[in-house]
Write a protein that binds this ligand. Structure first.
Ligand code: FES
Length: 1003
């Protein structure tokens, strides 16, 4: 049928099927700012305005939109600065989203902006609650909503014509007004003096070493923010190639079965079907889907397609067709005869004799200690010191078991890959991946191609959180391109994300801790039974990290501090569940749930202050990382000294921010109803007679990259105008890493960040980088960028010295786009660039460098939580989260605080509501954002981020990691706050109302 759609004021004639959604039609017409997030409109990524009201374009038919005014993000604002053509520039909402750091991956941004526009069009002066409600239908997995809310309020003020109170960059103590320069200095600024829950910029205890920096440490807008605010076609699925096919996968309905017979003839006969592939059609090559360096530290136990399925959702066949609808139809025509096999879902039974064995294939390649005949994917046995002696010397021994669930990364952009042959018959894989170089290396044997014939392009990524550290779907599209010779797009549905992707490892964790009566830990032991699901991707390394990071924090005190007694054992077993894998924090959130719940119980049992008890036993600067002599992800360990630990200051700052001293142990504060009843105001949740308040803490540490393994590379070249191209293999998955890498290069080269043009990442054009994981990009790739920039800077100074007639180039400094001599004479970088490229002794000023770190300096944090518990229902409301973090020097407070806010929000879901559940046949209960609840803007507690800077000496700018540590402490801090409120221990997260209610009944 032919219809007319009026989009952004312009009429479009369109031939459409009656069943085509408005989302599909808009994207087909080139409006790529409208995104697919899920099938049910629950992510809100497909939000557009219809007659001024926000609607889900994926939930209505294109034909239904005829006669209505459609507005997409492309209809807002204008592209700023188009050469001689002057424009009005961006819409105030787009501008505000850029300036406040409200854009991380940017996948949800067009929808958030449109939802906000609808609000501001009808209410120019909204309250914060109204803003939160207006954007509540658009899920964001990156930001924690603090900055988007600020952005909308800021835009509203600008649109009302008000002058915003902008105190950006002025570093003062908000309380004392202490000016910049006095140490310690606090930055506590905001763009608007609104009453929003969270300020745009965090409080920072600034390290004195940063005082000469011009660009590092400044809240620069993200380098990719403008295009993301405009909804430009920056993501994998935003391009469409001529002759492109659409791929779909037939997934197993059984948890464990052999494929006895498979007949694809009826599917192949369907008009519009280009290819159907089963296990009989492609080479049988064993590999691991875990995107890791060579050799993969885990078993090789996967095939693109196999004659056996091991979980509900496992692959059975691939289809490529002219449309997604035809591909779906073809799936239903594939006839499969299964031999149903016995199943294994209980990890505690995995190694018992007679249990069904998942991996009996001859091609299985083990790694380290691993026994598929016992369903053992990996085993870890680490003894540090003399644990038995430590227990013998303890006055008390505390033992308990803790359980953590399977949870999903839930990035709003699903996994998506586009493959095609280029004109040189090389296979191009355009994919939303965190590990482009690993994709190329790992898929080469699977596809039967040499590495050099594969070209991987990583465009913008709509979030990854470890889920895209998996070589998960690229092979599907690639096999189909090889089979058909045509471009193939394969995008997961949301249901596939929940049923056929990866997740956080669920674990049972047993703790045993020996303690003297004065609170000295004499020995600490952890045993983990980890469920890797059907495949062993990341099996060894995730669980190894669980113990390595969480058990390293508490070494004991006195003589025990000099020689800690720590035991960490783990068995990682196969079951017929959806495979586990990498998820932000990489095993550490599981560990700290156990360790920090356990420490709280010990402190309370011994009558010790929970903060002092922890600090007494926590690792200190100058001490060895206890695991560095015993473990390095299955590789050779190297002893490593920890140089910087900002934990005490984190505690001091966090305590003050949450008001610990006035609340902890304060019975009157715990009983708000008593206070409220005196005020005759017992009407809200917080002050119902049944409510009690509680406060809790957790201390955590993480790591920064994998020492002696993780490598980053960078190349820089100078352009005619004194700007620079920075090419990095590092993968910005929404974290802002492109921006902080640009800031570091800009600092060295003496130019503004906007003069560094970043390109990441592409296996043909950018240097190798191991990818975005292990919180390593700022530290590892950043060091490579600094090295390359320093080499360029040296060439610039040599040429400047010649032009200025100086004998010693080393006295020249680069600043403000100039090379400046000690006597004040200066020459611009543009003049130097023109001289080097065109005038004399011509050369391209350029450099490349790479970096591997010999250390993994841990960031530290104190996480505080305040909760209200309803004792009648067990409902828990988290009122406030405060995180004080030592992540070394903060290169960009805007992006770094966004990481902490977003991480705390994901961790909040881990604490109270997120869980993937299955029935007794392994069928997943959770397939959408209805049953899997992630926090909305209007459900958020107050968030506060504080950075306590320390200068990490192993990095040129003193940085440590920031991206993962916010995942670690929220759940145990909430668990401890519930204990504080109602005196019950919930040892299994998430702490649902049911668990709290039952525990209170048992009390
Ligand atoms: S910025 Fe919102 S989903 Fe990534």
């Amino acid at each position: 049928m032919n219809i007319e759609l009026v989009i952004n004021g312009t009429s479009h004639q369109l031939s459409t099927a009656a069943s085509e959604s408005l989302l599909s039609a808009l994207r087909r017409l080139g409006f790529r700012g409208v995104k697919f997030g899920d099938e049910h409109g629950l992510s809100g990524a497909d939000t557009i305005l219809l007659d001024g009201k926000p609607v889900n374009a994926g939930l209505m038919l294109a034909a239904q939109a005829e006669g209505h005014a459609i507005v997409t993000i492309e209809g807002l604002g204008q592209v700023p600065d188009q050469g001689w053509k002057k424009t009005e520039g961006l819409h105030p909402l787009q501008q505000a989203f850029i300036e406040t750091g409200a854009i991380q991956c940017g996948y949800c941004t067009p929808a958030q902006i449109l939802a906000a526009k609808a609000l501001l069009d009808r209410n120019p002066n909204p309250s914060e609650a109204e803003v939160r409600e207006a954007i509540g239908g658009v899920l964001c997995r990156c930001t924690g909503y603090a900055k988007p809310v600020q952005a909308v309020l800021r835009a509203a003020a600008v649109m009302r014509g008000e002058t915003s109170i902008q105190v950006e960059g002025k570093q003062v103590d908000r309380e004392t007004g202490k000016p910049e320069g006095e140490s310690p200095v606090y930055m506590s600024t905001c763009f608007l003096d609104t009453t929003t829950q969270t300020r745009t910029l965090p409080k920072i205890v600034i390290a004195p070493e940063t005082s000469p920096y011009q660009t590092v440490g400044k809240p620069e807008p993200k380098v990719d923010a403008v295009k993301l605010a405009q909804g430009k076609p920056a993501f994998t699925a935003d391009i469409e190639l001529r002759g492109m096919l659409y791929a779909k996968v037939l997934h197993s309905p059984h948890a464990h079965a052999r494929i006895k017979k498979i007949d694809a003839s009826r599917a192949l006969a369907l008009p519009g079907v280009a290819a159907v592939l089963t296990w009989q059609d492609i080479p049988r090559v064993v590999y691991s889907t875990a995107g890791q360096s060579d050799p993969i530290p885990g078993p090789l136990d996967s095939f693109s397609l196999d004659n056996k399925v091991r979980f509900v959702g496992d692959r059975v066949a691939f289809v490529a067709a002219e449309t997604p609808e035809i591909a779906e139809q073809a799936l239903r025509l594939i006839e499969v005869e299964y031999e149903i096999l016995p199943t294994l879902f209980d990890s505690t039974k995995a190694m018992e004799p007679g249990t069904p064995i998942l991996h009996d294939e001859a091609e299985y390649v083990p790694f380290a200690v691993c026994d598929p005949a016992k369903n053992l994917a990996a085993e870890i046995r680490i003894d540090i010191g003399d644990v038995n002696k430590g227990f013998a010397e303890a006055d008390e021994i505390f033992e308990a078991e803790y359980v953590v669930p399977k949870v999903q990364q839930a990035h709003i952009e699903p996994h998506v890959a586009l493959t095609y042959w280029d004109e040189d018959d090389r296979l191009v894989i355009r994919t939303s991946t965190q590990v482009p170089f690993h994709v190329r290396r790992q898929l080469a044997p699977v596809l039967g191609l040499p590495v050099k014939r594969i070209h991987v392009i990583k465009p913008r990524i709509g979030g990854g959180f470890g889920g895209k550290q998996e070589v998960l779907i690229e092979d599907v599209a690639a096999h189909l391109t090889i089979a058909t010779g045509r471009p193939v797009l394969f995008e997961y549905s949301r249901e596939e994300e929940f049923t056929a992707s990866r997740s956080r490892h669920p674990m049972r964790i047993r703790m045993k801790t020996g303690v003297k009566r004065d609170g000295t830990i004499t020995a600490n032991e952890m045993y983990i039974l980890s469920d890797t699901g059907a495949y062993g991707c990341h099996a060894l390394t995730v669980t190894g990290n669980t113990g390595q990071k969480s058990m390293a924090l508490y070494v004991g005190d006195g003589e025990y501090r000099k020689s800690p007694n720590i035991r960490f054992y783990a068995d990682i077993v196969y079951t017929n569940h959806t495979p586990s894998g990498a998820y932000r924090g990489y095993g550490v959130p599981q560990g700290f749930w156990a360790v920090e719940r356990h420490m709280e119980k010990i402190a309370r049992a011994l009558g010790l202050d929970p903060l002092e008890f922890r600090l007494k036993n926590a690792i200190r600067p100058g001490e060895f990382h206890p695991f560095s002599t015993a473990w390095n992800e299955g590789r050779e360990p190297h002893p490593e000294t920890i140089h910087t630990v900002g934990l005490e200051e984190c505690v001091r700052q966090g305590k003050a921010a949450i008001g610990w001293d006035g609340k902890f142990g304060n019975e009157e504060w715990r009983n708000p109803s008593q206070v409220a009843s005196r005020k005759s105001d017992a009407t809200t949740f917080d002050v119902r007679p049944s409510t009690r308040k509680g406060i809790g803490v957790a201390m955590v540490m993480q790591g920064t990259a994998i020492p002696y393994l993780d490598m980053g590379g960078a190349s820089i070249k100078m352009n005619d105008d004194g700007s620079f191209n920075l090419l990095v293999g590092a993968t910005d998955l929404g974290t802002g890493s492109d921006t902080v890498l640009a800031q570091m290069a800009a600092e060295v080269l003496g130019v503004p960040t906007e003069d560094i043009l970043v390109y990441s990442s592409d296996t043909d054009f950018t240097p190798f980088d191991k990818g975005a994981y292990a919180s390593s990009t700022t530290y590892i790739s950043g060091a490579a960028v600094v090295k390359a920039a320093q080499q360029c800077a040296e060439r610039i100074k040599i040429r400047a010295a010649k032009l200025l007639g100086l004998s010693d180039y080393q006295t020249i400094r680069l600043s403000n786009k100039h090379a400046i001599a000690p006597d004040g004479r200066a020459i611009s970088l543009t003049e130097i660039a023109l001289d080097s490229l065109h005038h004399s002794d011509q050369e391209q000023i350029m450099a490349a460098a790479s970096y591997v770190s010999p250390s993994s300096p841990p960031p530290f944090a104190a996480q505080f939580a305040e909760v209200t518990v309803d004792t009648e229902t067990g409902a828990v409301k988290v009122d406030k989260l405060v995180m004080a973090v030592d992540s070394g020097i903060i290169v960009n407070p805007l992006t770094a605080s966004g990481q902490v806010e977003g991480g705390m929000t994901q961790a909040l879901g881990y604490a109270v509501c997120e869980e993937m559940l299955y029935d007794e046949k392994g069928q997943p209960f959770v397939k959408d954002f209805d049953r899997y609840h992630i926090f909305r803007a209007d459900e958020m507690p107050e968030l506060e981020t504080i950075f306590v800077e320390t200068f990490e000496p192993s990095h040129p700018f003193g940085v440590k990691a920031v991206a993962e540590i916010p995942m670690d402490g929220v759940a145990p801090a909430v668990g401890n706050a519930i204990l504080d409120a109602v005196g019950v221990n919930i040892d299994e997260n998430p702490v649902t109302p049911e668990k709290v209610w039952k525990a209170m009944k048992r009390k």
